[in-house]
Design a protein around this ligand. Sequence first.
Ligand code: C2E
Ligand code: CA
Ligand code: CA
Length: 402
Amino acid sequence: MEIEISTENIGELIEKAFENKEIKVYYQPKYNAVNGKIQGAEALARWRMSDGIMISPAMFIPLLEELGLIIQLDWYMMKETCLFLSEEIKAGRHVVPVSVNFSRLHSKEPKFSEKLSEMADEFKIPRKLLEIEITESALAFDGADIIDFVRSIKDAGFDISIDDFGSGLSSLNFVKDVPASVLKIDKSLLSGNCENEKERIVLESIFGFANRLGLSTVAEGVETKEQLGFLRTCGCELIQGFLFSKPLPEEEFREALKAADSVPETEDILLTLPPASATQLLLNAVFKHFPLVILSNLSRNSFYMMAYENFSTRSCPSTGVYDELIVHGASTMHPDDQKLFSDTFDVNDQIAAYEDGQRVRSVITRQLGDDGVYRKVETTNYYMKNPASDDILAITLSRAIE
Ligand code: C2E
Ligand code: CA
Ligand code: CA
């Protein structure tokens, strides 16, 4: 059965939906990009009518915005979130900060931040467990009033997230004036597997800019491990997306939190890296000697090309499946060296050798350059285990030796 929802009937339908509890809060967890632990969540509205029909937020949110009824929905979501958190806290269970979406229309609502504080107090929720998401477009185009609005929320003790950052045409300049604490990078900036170099430059710049302004970062819509790998290299803090979890009904979210709480703390090597400038200097020195540098996750059969400037074959893909990289690499070798190359860098053989204690593996092969000339090339893999996940990682350094 099809149901037509329009500005004509949505007012009446939503009224009933609130009464009959047809609207549920789903929680999409946000994960620490380095150790994979749940560190937050976003509350998202799900509307299932009494006859079982689901209505997508893409359908009802814009209609509610148009009629101003979104105000009621947002407060309903906030209240349900507070109720959930207060039950969890009372039961002594582990909780994480939850962000709630608030439409731009609230900026015109009198005593907004007072109302927020009253609700948090009514349910005895510490302010740091609640975060307010406001879209970039609302912040960028509503002018000076919105800055005062955001400041009053901040002054009341709640963190503010700039949602959908990078989705509009807004300038970066407004970010410095908005007293927000979190930048949520829009999923439209993450196409495919981040194999497009220009796209990577844009993302790297945004994360650099956020870090320097002292904003924490969340990437949303993360669907692949290649995206995750790249986001980690940008210093992105939290990951939200189908790769880890879709939005979950309350019961499943509670289970996910319970599971997260029982996993011991792990520390990742990436957390203990020296400051960015020293790292960059070191990397520049490495890149000078080794024009081809690849970071691979052997356990997940994936790789990310860190540098491949001036290397003899420029046709390499920049991120993807490790097995395919080796097949590609072998195809650029002298026919007599191809088997040696693919045997040396066979994924399973390398993992087995790591388990037997091997930490380095190197070969010299003849590689065909773009100029049609064979050159001797030394390719070395250094192995280590990622302490956060037990995955076996390899750094490949490669250079011509004649
Ligand atoms: P949003 O705030 O940008 O929320 C993130 C959306 O991305 C959610 O869609 C979520 O389900 C979806 N998503 C999460 N991970 C992935 C992924 O890996 N890939 C893809 N393709 N999508 C992913 P959803 O739940 O359909 O919500 C759509 C929009 O509706 C939200 O976008 C938000 O702007 C709005 N919305 C939802 N609930 C509320 C609410 O209570 N109040 C207000 N004002 N807006 C809401
Ligand atoms: Ca949001
Ligand atoms: Ca968003």
